[in-house]
Ligand binder design. Structure first.
Ligand code: CDP
Length: 221
């Protein structure tokens, strides 16, 4: 089977950019699992679903038609009931609510099932919070990317600015710290490094350096 690579870590550690680049270099399929939780959150907010009502969230998640496609640059395009919501799921409003939706095992198991279907064939790079610990515990390669909270907030603010969204540094820092807390402390599949993951502190590294570090390990191990 072709290699499976799991990349986990907190918000703004550079997982998505790195995972996409690694997939491209190694000619593997890339799946951004966070985008899936974001799409469910967008649907819930649009429908006015109570984010504390796990049964309603489960029913909504089951009813959604969620498609992740890949464009020629290797980016994931997210379609919700046929609509391209790739940009909409990056809105700060989604950032503020997504970790609440991701708390529920009812929602998670539906997402994880889809993720495992894709991983069965191998040849994937998946990024998220529970990929090395839960979604693909038997992945050949596992990485956990971290960076200081300040650096992650800086990166996320720059990303939002580039997408035309003006948010203050303090606001971004607060938002990712709150999300990390919920993701780390939740009962089901909390954010943590798998025992056999290689931990990379990216605070002082460029994206290219992180990509090289990963590719070196994948080729050499
Ligand atoms: O890109 P960023 O790191 O900000 O977040 P993301 O990867 O898009 O994930 C958004 C949220 O979805 C996370 O904060 C988690 O609450 C949830 N998530 C999860 O619970 N499990 C995953 N495998 C991926 C994301």
């Amino acid at each position: 089977m072709k290699a499976r690579i799991a990349i986990d870590g907190p918000a703004g550690a550079g997982k998505s950019t790195v995972a996409r680049a690694v997939a491209k270099r190694l000619n593997l399929i890339y799946l951004d699992t966070g985008a899936m939780y974001r799409a469910v959150t967008l649907a819930a907010l649009r429908n006015g679903t109570d984010l504390h009502d796990k049964k309603a969230l489960e029913a909504l998640t089951l009813s959604l038609q969620l498609d992740i496609r890949t464009d020629e640059k290797g980016n994931n395009l997210v379609f919700l009931n046929g609509e391209d919501v790739t940009a909409a799921i990056r809105d700060p409003l989604i950032n503020r609510h997504v970790s609440l939706v991701a708390l529920y095992p009812e929602v998670r198991s539906i997402m994880v099932q889809k993720q495992r279907e894709l991983s069965r064939r191998g040849g994937v790079v998946m990024d998220g919070r529970d990929i090395g610990t839960h979604v693909m515990p038997d992945a050949e390669y596992k990485f956990f990317l971290t960076a200081s909270l300040e650096e992650r907030a800086k990166r996320r603010q720059a990303e939002l600015l580039a997408a035309g969204k003006t948010v203050s540094y303090e606001q971004v820092l607060e938002e990712i710290a709150a999300r990390d807390k919920i993701d780390t402390e939740r009962e089901h599949s909390p954010l943590r490094a798998a025992r056999d993951a290689v931990i990379i502190d990216t605070t002082e590294m460029t994206i290219e350096q992180v990509v090289e570090t990963i590719i070196d390990k994948v080729v050499l191990v």
